[in-house]
Design a binder for this molecule. Sequence first.
Ligand code: HEC
Length: 141
Amino acid sequence: MGKNPDNLMIAQGKYLFTIGGCNDCHTEGFIQSDGKVPVSEWLKGSTFGWSGPRGTTYPRNLRLFVKDLTVDQWIQKAKTLKRRPPMPWFDLNAMKEDDLRAIYNFIKSLGTPGTQSPDFIPPGMDAPMPHATIPGPPQSH
Ligand code: HEC
């Protein structure tokens, strides 16, 4: 009791980011350090790329993504956006509105947005930075 509702929402947002696995890709070095990246560095995007038949993608800086969005604009985008692999956009689309509000409040609480991750590299072009290779979808017979 007596807790500030905004702080409760921020804590819930942090929890959702954690169990949602978003840091695994969107926070530099998260998997490699067994998740030991300080919260102050979370969600600034990553230079570790993912190469596959649809090109090489870099997890975007989510602080920058929400920087100029109202909470309602964020909810609208999160429920409809589609991105290239390995972004699990279909999982984000399924998130409930209250949860999306909480994660918005959490990202906004993180402070300086930092810089954007490297640009997408089209299929067939070399990715200069470290990257993982992901297969295409299973072939149908
Ligand atoms: C397996 C890695 C991975 C995970 C897990 C992941 N993402 Fe992503 N995400 C990406 C990549 C890579 C992109 C960029 C895709 C592209 O370039 O099309 C991206 C793009 C996005 C974008 C669009 C950003 C923009 O600037 O257009 C949003 C929003 C986003 N992710 C949110 C999330 C949230 C929230 C979670 C957790 C529920 C999450 N992502 C989990 C890899 C991931």
